[in-house]
Ligand binder design. Sequence first.
Ligand code: GLN
Length: 482
Amino acid sequence: MSLHRAGLKEVVSLLKKGEVSPVDVVRDLVDAVDERDGDVRAYLHFDKDAILEAAKSVAESAGYRSTLLAGAPIAVKDNICVTGSPTTCASRILENYHSPYTATAVERLIQAGGVVAGKTNLDEFAMGSSTEHSAYHPTSNPWDLERTPGGSSGGSAAAVASDLALAALGSDTGGSIRQPASLCGVVGMKPTWGRVSRYGLVAFASSLDQIGPITKNVEDCALMLDVICGHDPHDATSLTTPVPDLSTDLEKGCENLTIGVPRDFLEVGMDDEVRSNFDTLVDDLKSEGIKVVDVAMPNARYAVACYYIIANAEASSNLARYDGVKYGHRAKEFNGPREMYTRTRDEGFGPEVKRRILLGTYVLSAGYYDAYYLKAQKVRSLIIDDFRKAFEACDLVAMPTAPSPAFRFGEKADPLLMYASDVFTIPVNLAGLPGVSLPSGLADSRLPIGVQLVGRPMAESVVLQGARGVERIVDFKEKAFA
Ligand code: GLN
């Protein structure tokens, strides 16, 4: 039985009934990874023996069949800490780093009977949109191995899309869950900032970072969020507002929701195919009787510029800790502490990370702070306000997730081209809102295209209901494999 090809919820239901054991599921997954990950290269670390051991110990634990995950294996992006396993952030600077503690989101997976199924590839420190900036190797898009899976959670998205993970955790600072989900034809959701604890997520830009799931369908996404959302005393920014059960009302769909389309913002560049796919979906929603209204988002077009000031400023400060003293790599030869720092960082960081640190340090330096950082914070407030006003007229804002389907390796060597890949996802992080990407169809090239639904703060349940409704209307699998 090809258990790895099934959805998470399907496998969990077999596990709960005792029709298969956690060891069966993991063995089947290990075989699939052995067979196919040589092409896709979704994983950075996949320790078969450790995963089998973990599955055995779940199988021996009392009452595992009544837990939410019942022994199902879940992949984890390699910037999220798991005790005893490497956490490299796909960087040379953390090459030999083993985390001494486990992230709360992963701890919750384990408490819910889940098994950690390996650590997935990413752009170094989650900085990128293609997974090409991994210091170890790129990951391929399972739909076309010559193309990138998107990024930075490209390993997680590619693993789920190629059935090498039932579900995965990613992180999203400017689109890193939603954009690769879109390019790989799977579902990816960034919850409201603060919904999922960031304890144990290696910090990139703390005011934007959020952990979330990448799954094969919306139902699995809700299940993963049911497991990982909720307050954590280890993260002072984690929200205390109770989280409703997100799986319960999923089938309500989007019949009673009003969908807002930010027509003014959508004037920014995107591929014709992406535009026509989005317009078709909007027509389909209307013909299903769903109310669609135009909303204005006049400041969203400044989001990418604003993000690359704020995110880099925060990154330059967060990455100051990699100095060869406390973590990871240290240069072998140096004269005095200053040279130790500079050599360590020069050897340990890749070019994109260096670019971000330089830009971030620049926008925070005396004389430039007001002109760049402060101004960007003001623009961020304007974007938050755009969303607030839009939500007076609608329940969900809909837009394409990414301006193009999966692109080829090397195609976006110019950093500005790469940065523009997140034009539609970045405003959502700046406003801290929940957003999901799900497949909305196929391009002529038979590459997936995704649509993004964004909700009010803490309205994960509405976002998921909307997504389930859209999923039914699109019926992606039927079309993709017809
Ligand atoms: N692609 C964006 C960046 O490079 C977003 C990355 C992310 O969400 N981690 O910063």
